[in-house]
Design a binder for this molecule. Structure first.
Ligand code: BGC
Length: 898
């Protein structure tokens, strides 16, 4: 959604806890927020009022006149919210002339308390053996892997009258898909998503009012292993190694009648269960759907024909204490990719190219099937030298889906309970396959897309696209390192370094709010954050430098982007505990002990000394913890961590920095950390910058950073006057560089700078993902640097913008970003000696605009000399730059520039 120009001040994009019209809010004091648009320059709200009403219109809470009329959110402070209740709310914004503009939205509470549930966990009695358990010839290692069939559950019920509202509150230990009278409920995929189920199980809420009928109804579900009891990560153990052993469902359907009374249909021993025709369904191994065992109508009120082997459902557990409403957006099938080509490889084997590496699955229409015939779909990111599907880098993830044909000669096959990371699919078992019969279904957490970037260099645009696809492919319930091999873990450093880029591409506030629960949940009693979240067996528990620190860096960055102090409130104790943990074990302030599995500057061509890197992160985490405490008014903590940060900084300088500004290790990353984290005494900064620039120049100009240095290199060079070098790196095409993979067929960012080279072929298959976003963290600088769309260092929630384009050798660039305050955009061109810069600043915000020019006196705004332009004041000149301050609105600066 974008602001409506030409109109007066208008709120839009209303959100509750960063979600539009959410069902199932368990937060007692949700955040109500909106964005602002206005077609008038300098518009800023003069009045603000938020009112919350019950669904019937009765007043519940009224802010009255809000003290800060330019605020774009308020926290609900009214009487305790009632469970399972819809609230309507309005925001009224008044402009300086007294004209009011009002927008309305709603949110609906969830169960609010685990005690409100009456449902229990049900499944199919795992001790009952039936025909599904017998392995079949050619079965994909069913017995070897211990894979098990998904389970079906159902309950027939009567509705005396059509309810005025019906809601399904549902979750699974495993993955669920629910159906009501034969129709699928909702569009969430891979629900309820991945959490450390031992601590938290998310539930979701669906409005099913339109699906309930008067008379006979059938509520039905299929549950599969998922992260709960399937394979997860690189640990080859399943079945209880991580969380649980067999999938289970917990659901309550609430039928609300006109008089306010409700009937509840809850999972219990009065349900029926059966093995499903999904002989197995596993996130890593793939899914097998046996159509011979489908019993059409099983989910209809009639119950369909017999043959499924229905039995009374088995109550697996009654504990509901860990249920919480999910706060993150669900995974959805977000878009579809047509097959770019389909080629017959041999007899019944076809190779499909979707032209894009992504996470999701294949939907295909299979024709000419014979009963019992198998269609097998394998997935891969690349082709080998012989042009065949390359799967060695998937390690033990078989990523193979199987359809076993039933009576019908034609069937549509789309797996339900798995996903893969791939560009190519190999389909076996069909006599023909047309491109129109195959579709790539793209799955990811449905974070609303919020930003876009483009510039005059098509290679850089392609890089931005590849980075964005890396984000789509790896934000699947939690932020993962990669979507294809037997890993797909919520590695903390990957998320931390990519977060600034992610926040500009999409609104990830709710997504990361959910993930941070997992980060906190994985913290050890000693205060150590983990290396991955959700926590999982097989990964060392204590966070490495840069990995564990994500527990501090992520909430801090989210606060800055979204201006929501709850990111700090909810995490401050955990942040303090982490810094205390590092401090306690390293009283000399050089972080050498308790470094977890110290991954250093992961995959860096030039290794940075571990103590340098760790101590830099120690200082950074202490400093940000102090800032967070200060913002929350926790003065004692702010002073304590502030002093600690100063001491660590001093120790860093004494220990690792020579009098001419050289940092131990003398690597790019060593300087980047020292400069980005402000660890150097002012007088040593110029020397350090010079040395960093030399190292970049000596390398080509080129990069020698790994995961921890890569996101810093362009911003740091830019911040210290070397945007020219940042541009040189950006546009370099030899390895290591961002454009090199794109020259060699990449459509997503690779894990390694040299994942494939024509000279050597593929990097070692043991670790060679072609869809890893960490090295794509340069994406942030495309927005902030190249296009110049940024906020001032002290600003949160884009209240004070910093517009500072870095044209380099480009002739144009533009970026748009839906901030929490409203649309921010920049667009510049450089043509015929004129630099032309358009800027949009949302209402209530201010901006400092840096205009590159050779002649500050010749700068105009909308054709008027800038000194006379309304709403603009000249703030100063620097080397080849004029600085202006503006209020909100649209501005167009033109400036002489060779
Ligand atoms: C993952 C990384 C992760 C790393 C830890 C790798 O296997 O793919 O992205 O951060 O391990 O060093």
């Amino acid at each position: 959604m974008t602001g409506s120009l030409g109109r007066g001040l208008t709120p839009y994009g209303l959100r509750c806890d960063h979600r539009a019209e959410p069902l199932g809010v368990d937060e007692p004091a949700p955040l109500l927020s909106w964005r602002l648009a206005s077609g008038r320059r300098g518009d800023a709200p003069a009045g603000l009022r938020v009112r919350v009403r019950a669904d019937d219109g009765a007043p519940v809470w009224d802010t009255g006149a809000v003290a800060d009329p330019s605020a774009v959110s308020v926290r609900y402070r009214g009487p305790a919210l009632r469970p399972r209740t819809r609230y309507r709310w309005t925001v009224t914004v008044t402009d300086a002339a007294g004209a009011a503009s009002r927008e309305e939205s709603w949110f609906e509470t969830g169960m609010l308390s685990p005690a409100a549930w009456s449902a229990v966990w049900i499944t199919h009695d795992p001790s009952v053996q039936d025909v599904m358990d017998a392995p079949e010839e050619g079965e994909l290692a069913l017995a070897d892997h211990g894979l098990q069939p998904a389970v079906r559950l159902r309950k027939a019920f009567e509705a005396a009258a059509a309810p005025v509202a019906a809601r399904l509150y549902v979750t699974a230990r495993g993955l669920y898909e629910t159906r009501l009278n034969g129709a699928r409920v909702g569009d969430a995929e891979l629900a309820p998503g991945w959490t450390d189920y031992r601590d938290r199980v998310d539930y979701q809420v669906y409005d099913v009012t339109d699906l309930v009928r008067t008379g006979a109804n059938m509520l039905a579900a299929t549950v599969a292993d998922g992260w709960w009891s399937g394979f997860a990560g690189f640990d080859e153990r399943r079945a209880g190694a991580h969380y649980g052993t067999f999938p289970q469902l917990l659901a309550e359907l609430h039928l609300v009648h006109a008089d306010g009374s409700a009937d509840v249909v809850a999972t219990g021993d009065d349900w029926q269960s059966a093995r499903s025709p999904f002989r197995y369904a596993d996130l890593l191994k793939g899914e097998c759907h046996d159509l011979r065992r489908e019993t059409p109508g099983w989910d209809l009120p009639s119950g369909g024909r017999d043959g499924a082997g229905w039995r009374p459902a088995w109550v697996a557990a009654t504990d509901r204490s860990r249920l919480t409403a999910s706060v993150a957006p669900p995974v959805r099938a977000v878009r579809e990719l047509p097959a770019r080509s389909v080629a017959r490889v041999s007899g019944d084997r076809f190779l499909v190219d979707f032209g894009q590496n992504f996470a999701g699955r294949v939907r295909l229409t299979a024709r000419g099937l014979t009963p019992g015939g198998r269609v097998v779909v394998r997935h891969g990111e690349a082709l080998d030298e012989a042009g065949a599907l390359y799967t060695a880098n998937l390690r033990t993830a078989d990523a193979t889906d199987v359809l076993i044909a039933g009576e019908d000669a034609e069937a549509v096959f789309e797996p339900r309970f798995t996903y893969h990371g791939f560009r190519y699919a190999e389909v076996t078992g069909l006599s023909s396959l047309a491109a129109a019969d195959v579709t790539g279904v793209v799955l990811h957490s449905d974070t609303p897309w919020a930003g876009d970037f483009t510039c005059s260099d098509p290679d850089v645009d392609r890089l931005h696209q590849a980075i964005s696809w890396g984000q789509r492919s790896n934000f699947v319930s939690v932020p993962t390192d990669c979507p294809q091999r037997d890993e797909r873990l919520g590695w903390l450093a990957d998320a931390q370094v990519f977060l600034p880029t992610a926040c500009l591409n999409a609104d990830v506030a709710a997504f990361f709010d959910g993930w941070l629960r997992e980060v906190r949940g994985a913290q050890s009693p000693d205060g150590a954050f983990g290396n991955v979240a959700p926590k999982i067996a097989g990964v060392a528990d204590e966070g490495a430098p840069g990995w564990g620190d994500a527990g501090v860096l992520v909430p801090w960055h989210l606060y800055r982007v979204y201006g929501d102090e709850r990111f700090l409130e909810r995490n401050l104790d955990a942040m303090c505990a982490w810094v205390d943990h590092v401090h306690r074990h390293n009283p000399d302030l050089v972080w050498t002990r308790r470094t977890g599995p110290h991954f250093a500057d992961w995959l860096a061509p030039a290794p940075t000394p571990r103590d340098v890197l760790a101590t830099a992160y120690f200082a950074r985490s202490a400093a940000l913890t102090a800032r967070a405490a200060e913002i929350l008014g926790a003065d004692e903590a702010a002073a304590r961590y502030g002093a600690l940060a100063a001491h660590v900084r001093k120790t860093f300088a004494e220990r690792f920095v020579s009098p001419d500004g050289r940092v131990s290790g003398d690597t790019q990353t060593a300087y980047l950390l020292a400069l980005a984290f402000e660890l150097l005494p002012g007088e040593l900064v110029p020397g350090a910058v010079r040395r960093l620039a030399e190292l970049v120049e000596e390398a080509g100009p080129g990069l020698t950073t790994g995961f921890l240095g890569v996101g810093l290199i362009a911003p740091v060079l830019d911040a210290h006057g070397r945007a020219d070098l940042a541009h040189a790196l950006l546009r370099r095409t030899d390895p290591p560089s961002w454009l090199y993979p794109l020259r060699h067929g990449a459509t997503t960012v690779w894990e390694r700078w040299d994942g494939y080279t024509p000279e050597r072929g593929f990097q070692a298959a043991a670790m060679n993902s072609f869809n890893h976003y960490a090295l794509g963290s340069v994406g942030e600088w495309l927005y902030r640097g190249v296009a110049g769309l940024d906020q001032a260092p002290g600003s949160a929630g884009y209240r004070d913008l910093l517009i500072r384009p870095r044209p380099g050798g480009l002739t144009e660039a533009s970026a748009r970003y839906e901030s929490v305050r409203g649309l921010v955009s920049t667009a510049w061109t450089r043509r015929d000696g004129v630099f032309d810069l358009r800027v949009a600043v949302p209402p209530g915000a201010t901006a400092t605009v840096h205009i590159p020019t050779d002649d500050p006196g010749g700068v105009r705004e909308s054709g008027i000399p800038v000194a006379d332009a309304p709403g603009v004041s000249v703030a100063g000149t620097a080397r080849r730059e004029l600085r202006c301050r503006t209020g909100s609105g649209e501005y167009r600066f033109t400036a002489p520039l060779q």
